[in-house]
Write a protein that binds this ligand. Structure first.
Ligand SMILES: Cc1ncc(COP(=O)(O)O)c(C=O)c1O
Length: 399
């Protein structure tokens, strides 16, 4: 009895490189080594108190039972208002659904839409889970790469080139995990022109980092003329409200796909937790002061890290407009040595940073880019200063 008895689907699934790196860092920490972990995609802030208070009140008010599978009406109404206010999206309540995190929304959508032979174009570098979820649902992931020279953003002609009669879905995040890049309204309009030329082609727009942007606004592809029927807008409470552990995400899209997502979720997990949904409704309706205060902190850290990374010879770094990641290009390090050790690829590069600088980051291969690594700056300024100084020292010794 062993692993080979697991389903082929499961054997085919890659382990999360982010979680693997976090585990390695924890092991070193347990040995007493002072590791600075810049590998995780989680805000280091706590959930604002007014949201916690709303959850406590909801518990006292008896929100302790099963919820309707697609979400409590009070939350769906708050989401509809938010989508109108912030995104220019008009959705009825039957076009909105709440899940246990944006991740579950993505899984529901893929389970609803994909059959064998369906191709899914994933803008690359991509968030790791897109690839694995698509595979698990039987679809064929088709990575579409955009490098740092184009600010990691796919151009319309590139998209046109890879679409074929099997293409069913396009997935991307903006602001992006792992690059921090953000598509402008004009760029989304240009991509939409390509998409609208093809029938039966849908877009999953992951906007979970919407509120963590440093240019004051983001644009939604679902709001582009003609795109509402084609778009599943995914968002959630995790990043903008520092509510990762609450497991609350939502999707807005055509009602027939939302109905199908509810069918899937009804069999797998049922509705998301009751008191959390009431609190999330409060969060979405309230002024966004605390969200924007966290965003301002992230911007300070972005500037601090950008400044430090620019001093490291050989790192090629863009200036991310959102999320809380850097995705430096490092190919000029390949072949460099410190006299004892040679860096051949991105996996070895991150091992060097962990072993010699005691800084944990994630290899770009996990995000579909073998020439980069991801650094999360969801950490204190003190940690970021110390980590980048260590990186400068260690990388400076590789010639
Ligand atoms: C791009 C992206 N989408 C979705 C998620 C998952 O969000 P949730 O916590 O709502 O499941 C993450 C979390 O890291 C993410 O980076």
């Amino acid at each position: 009895m062993s692993r080979h008895l697991l389903s082929r689907k499961l054997q085919n699934m890659s382990e999360s490189a982010t979680i693997k790196m976090a585990q390695k860092a924890r092991e070193l920490k347990a040995k007493g080594i002072d590791v600075i972990s810049l590998s995780l995609g989680e805000p280091d802030f706590d959930t604002p108190d007014f949201i916690k208070d709303a959850a406590i009140q909801a518990l006292k008010d008896g929100y302790t039972k099963y919820t309707p599978v697609p979400g409590l009406p009070v939350l769906k109404e708050a989401i509809a208002q938010k989508l109108k206010r912030d995104n220019g999206l008009d959705h009825e309540l039957n076009e909105i659904m709440v899940s246990n995190g944006a991740k579950q929304c993505i899984a529901n959508i893929c389970l609803s839409l994909l059959d064998e032979d369906d191709e899914v174009i994933i803008f690359t570098p991509y968030w790791v889970s897109y690839f694995e979820i698509v595979k698990f649902c039987g679809g064929k992931p088709v990575p579409l790469y955009a490098g740092i020279d184009q600010d990691f953003k796919v151009r319309p002609e590139q998209l046109e080139d890879v679409i074929n009669e099997h293409t069913k879905l396009i997935i991307f995040s903006s602001p992006s995990n792992p690059t921090g890049s953000l598509y402008s309204k004009e760029e989304l309009e240009a991509l939409s022109q390509v998409i609208l030329n093809h029938d039966n082609l849908f877009v999953l727009a992951d906007e979970i980092y919407e509120y963590i942007n440093f240019i004051g606004k983001t644009a939604s592809i679902g709001a582009v003329s003609g795109m509402k029927e084609r778009t599943l807008t995914v968002n959630g409470m995790s990043k903008g409200f520092a509510m990762t552990g609450w497991r609350l995400g939502y999707v807005a899209g055509p009602s027939w796909i939302i109905d199908s997502c509810a069918k899937v979720q009804g069999q797998f997990t049922s509705g998301a937790n009751a008191f959390g949904q009431v609190a999330a409704a409060h969060a979405l309706r309230a002024p966004l002061d605390e969200t924007f205060a966290m965003r301002d902190e992230f911007k300070k850290r972005r500037d601090l890290v950008k400044n430090a990374l620019d001093q490291i010879d050989g790192l090629n770094t863009n200036n991310p407009e959102g999320a809380f990641y850097f995705f430096p290009e490092i190919s000029s390090f390949f072949g460099r040595s410190n006299g004892k050790r040679v860096i051949h690829d991105a996996d070895e590069f991150v091992d060097v940073l962990l072993d010699e600088a005691n800084v944990a980051v994630v290899t770009g291969t996990a995000f579909g880019d073998p020439n980069s690594f991801r650094l999360s700056y969801a950490a204190s300024e003190e940690q970021l200063e110390s980590a980048t100084e260590r990186m400068q020292n260690v990388l400076g010794s590789y010639k």
